[in-house]
Design a protein around this ligand. Structure first.
Ligand code: ZN
Length: 191
């Protein structure tokens, strides 16, 4: 578990991290909800996390930072800005990550994969497959938040994040918050 008290304060202030009783889009109920877009819609907050993540990789000779899917685009850009390197993002074509728009990874380039939240590491591994297909070398992965702490070794790469969120989720009929008489709210809807 990693704790960044300043970041935790920013997450709460921007309502990117909510505690309560939530109905997630998956249908599960949870005691916490994370939406990093609510943090990074404030550019100064995005700059804060980018500077901290970039510092962790400043000695890794990163050539390019790649954002995995939607959540990674903005943070990858910000980290690349701090490192002074190229920024690209992966997008799905027939459900498989690809580079479009003239983006490229040259053979042997060192690539940092950036995400907003790492939950299972699955999308990081999908981006790694894409980087491998270009002959790039994955320098590691960076995310603002880690929800599951899969070890970097389990992903076959170095992995860094700033703050751990240990959210618990349950099936609706097993939710202890419902059993206690509570009603879940959909994140994003105002109380
Ligand atoms: Zn519930």
């Amino acid at each position: 578990m990693r704790t960044d008290e300043h970041l935790l304060g920013l997450l709460k202030k921007s309502e990117a991290l909510l505690e309560g009783h939530f109905l997630l889009s998956s249908g599960l109920h949870s005691n916490q909800y994370v939406q990093c877009a609510k943090l990074t819609m404030y550019p100064e907050h995005a700059a804060y996390v980018a500077e901290k993540l970039a510092a962790l990789y400043k000695n890794e000779n990163v050539d390019v930072v790649i954002g995995g899917a939607f959540g990674g685009i903005l943070i990858a850009y910000e980290i690349a800005r701090v490192l002074g390197v190229r920024n690209i993002f992966a997008e799905r074509v027939d459900n498989v990550f690809a580079l479009r728009r003239g983006f490229f990874i040259a053979k042997g380039e060192r690539v940092l994969i950036a995400e907003d939240v790492c939950t299972t590491g699955k999308s990081i591994l999908e981006v790694k497959t894409l980087v491998d297909s270009y002959g790039g070398i994955v320098a590691g992965a960076a995310s603002i938040i880690d929800r599951s702490q899969p070890e970097g070794a389990a992903l076959g790469m170095r992995k860094e994040w700033l703050h751990s969120v240990a959210a618990t989720s349950w099936k609706a009929d097993e939710c202890p918050l419902c059993k206690a008489g509570g009603k879940p709210v959909k994140p994003g809807s105002r109380k």
